[in-house]
Design a protein around this ligand. Structure first.
Ligand code: F3S
Length: 649
């Protein structure tokens, strides 16, 4: 039987296991990336592991989430990250140089390679044929030390693209259509492999918009085959020699197939406050818009902003709408500036921002209360924009520019009819991506050769080995789809403590219950209870690290999001799955006791655990874990486990 493209790359990197769906496999990692909010822990953990040098072909440290240097904390972190990159042999991208995925795709992403990144949108270079997976920081630390990355072999689903996009429909609409059909849980446990004749009609940057947002489907990753479009892009970024042709075999078999006819698509929009609440733009037309932001790792490339510039050329943005353009990389800004497009957009009323995640995580450009903000981003979870009652819509740059002109949500086809001289700008790649590289410091150019730690950089907390008893109160009961933003909000005032776990922990789940952190510390042990898809969203390991610091020993949930589930193991918190009825019957404050000897049960492979509630009745909870995950849990987390492993060998 022939192989899918995913199987071919996995086969090339396989160090343990077999490519059978559901089996645990270990793969060799060629490249790692990390960013500033997850990176400080990555390097502190790397230091704690006692290694001298990164072992992967490429390791890159980006500073993109918290680039504004409000006080010393972010700046201290940036200096620490630069010193860690220099000390251990990683590339360092300075604050303001751009968003990790944009800078990575411009400089390092390559077909056939594996990439592990401590950011959930790491799958972006799947559009270039790289097998790129988002993971927790500790997984990246361990991979950076040369160890394999372990993962349960996902199902491989073919997303067959047919036809060609019509006017005003874009790559963003392809992924919004998939979100409309499959929901934010539709990709869980799956790798989406794009196939079919429609693939060749999309440029590499368009493909990367699609693979970027595969994360919103919950997919492990998404990947495109490589072809002339891939080679063309690599040549334009000056790395043509890295092209390799990668295609699935003709007789490859997939676990499932989804067909999208590109020619049926129209401009789509995700309504507040979930990326899967997708409708045609025309359905919500007429809603007035106070803010438009073009940018992010989804649509912040040169090719995303150029259409906006062309649509705004010679026009004015609406007086009622604030329009911000935040490119994904400084290279994109520089090229647009050289070509005169920045001036053109500014003349139309655009505010031009530095290349940063910024507004995507509520840092700057927070919308006004009870107003509509239209963004080209990938996420619109409630409160993520920095204000609780936000109304954030997600759309293509073209739809965003149309709203900026009209002051309200409008289908760009209707606006074009009304204005008479507005044309679909289409997709245009520059002859050469020729921005300067002064903000990307290679290991050879390293500025530092020892770690520099400021006062906001604390030690890494390590949990003791798993004990035989776990009991405590259900300290918080939560609903379905709790995100890592709920667990540890990523806003500036909170995330500036990312390297200071005791301080950051004070904000744990504060968006759900302000008293939680205090209660948890006082209780010194206890449980979290949640519905479906607990921990969806980012790869933020602080969402497990902070509950661990507060003494949380177990989470009872109907289901877990993939990366967060791994992070719970990595920080020694027992993730137990419960059914709907058990979830409904447990109340906040109930006393919970795991009846089994937990250490023994975990280490002997026991799957079903008896849990006593209020010393009154018993329910069954399931630990679905591989042998390696059980060992990690028993050791007290991945750092303790990795040290054990190193001592044994
Ligand atoms: Fe940054 Fe938002 Fe992407 S936080 S990495 S722009 S999802």
């Amino acid at each position: 039987m022939g192989q899918t493209l995913t199987e071919k790359i996995l086969d090339d990197h396989l160090v343990e296991g077999e490519l059978e769906t559901g089996e645990e496999i270990g793969i060799e990692i060629d490249q790692v990336l990390t960013q500033d909010t997850t990176g400080t822990m990555v390097w502190l953990q790397f230091e704690a592991m006692g290694l001298d040098e990164v072992q992967t072909e490429i390791a890159a440290q980006y500073c993109d989430h918290q680039t504004y240097q409000f006080d010393f904390k972010n700046t201290d972190d940036h200096r620490f990250l630069r010193s860690a990159a220099g000390t251990y042999g990683a590339h360092f991208s300075r604050p303001g140089n751009g968003i990790c995925h944009n800078v990575h795709r411009e400089n390092f992403a390559a077909p056939g390679k594996t990439l592990l990144g401590s950011d959930s949108h790491t799958p972006t270079p799947g559009g270039l044929g790289e097998l790129a997976i988002g993971a927790g920081g500790i997984d990246v630390t361990v991979a950076m030390g040369g160890a394999p990355y372990y993962i349960e072999m996902p199902e491989i689903v073919s997303v067959r693209l047919e036809g060609e996009l019509p006017e005003w429909a874009t790559a963003k609409d392809v992924i919004l259509e998939l979100l409309r059909r499959l929901s934010v849980k539709g990709g869980v446990g799956k790798i989406l492999e794009y196939t079919g004749p429609g693939v060749e009609t999309l440029t590499a940057p368009e493909r990367m918009t699609i693979t970027n947002m595969g994360t919103e489907l919950g997919a492990t990753t998404s990947i495109f085959p490589t072809d002339e479009q891939t080679e063309d892009y690599l040549e334009r970024v000056g790395r043509g020699e890295e092209y390799v042709e990668l295609q699935p075999d003709d007789d490859a078999e997939y676990d499932d197939e989804i067909v999208v006819d590109l020619s049926d698509l129209e401009p789509l929009i995700a309504q507040p406050s979930m990326p899967d609440k997708v409708v045609p733009v025309s359905e919500v037309a007429g809603e007035s818009v106070e803010q438009v932001i073009v940018g992010s790792c989804t649509n912040g490339g040169y090719e995303d902003i150029l259409p906006v510039a062309k649509m705004l050329e010679g026009r004015e943005t609406s007086m009622e709408t604030e329009t911000i353009v935040a490119p994904g990389s400084k290279q994109a800004s520089e090229m647009l500036a050289r070509e005169g497009w920045v001036a053109e957009m500014m003349a139309a009323g655009v505010n031009f921002s530095e290349a940063t995640c910024g507004a995507c995580i509520g840092i700057g450009h927070v919308p006004a209360s009870d107003s509509v903000s239209l963004r080209t981003f990938n996420r619109n979870f409630e409160g993520r924009s920095g204000i609780e009652d936000d109304n954030v819509y997600l759309c293509s740059p073209e739809v965003a520019a149309a709203a900026s002109i009209a002051g309200e949500i409008v289908d760009p086809r209707d606006l074009a009819d009304e204005l008479g001289d507005l044309e679909d700008p289409g997709v245009e790649l520059p002859d050469e991506y020729d921005g300067s590289k002064t903000d990307l410091i290679s290991p050879d150019e390293a500025v530092d050769d020892e770690l520099i730690k400021g006062p906001n950089i604390g030690d890494v907390p390590i949990r003791d080995q798993l004990g035989s008893e776990i009991e405590g109160d259900a300290l918080l009961k939560m609903e379905d789809n709790i995100t890592t933003d709920h667990i540890i909000p990523a806003t500036q005032d909170i995330l500036m403590y990312r390297s200071n776990v005791p301080k950051l922990s004070e904000f744990t789940l504060s968006r759900v219950d302000e008293t939680f952190a205090e209660r948890a510390l006082e209780a010194d042990g206890g449980f979290l209870v949640a519905g479906e898809n607990y921990g969806q969203g980012s790869s933020r390991e602080h969402a497990a690290l902070c509950p661990m610091y507060l003494g949380i020993e177990g989470v009872l949930a109907q289901s877990f999001a993939r990366i967060h589930r791994a992070n719970l193991f990595n920080f020694g918190i027992v993730p137990l799955t419960i059914d709907e009825e058990t979830y409904a019957n447990i109340d906040q404050g109930d006393e919970i006791e795991v009846v089994d000897d937990v250490y023994e049960a975990v280490t002997t492979g026991q799957e079903e655990f008896t849990v006593r509630i209020n010393d009154d009745y018993e329910v069954t909870a399931t630990l679905d874990a591989s042998e390696r995950e059980r060992d990690i849990l028993a050791a007290g987390g991945k750092l303790a486990w990795t040290k054990e492993q190193a001592e044994e060998s």
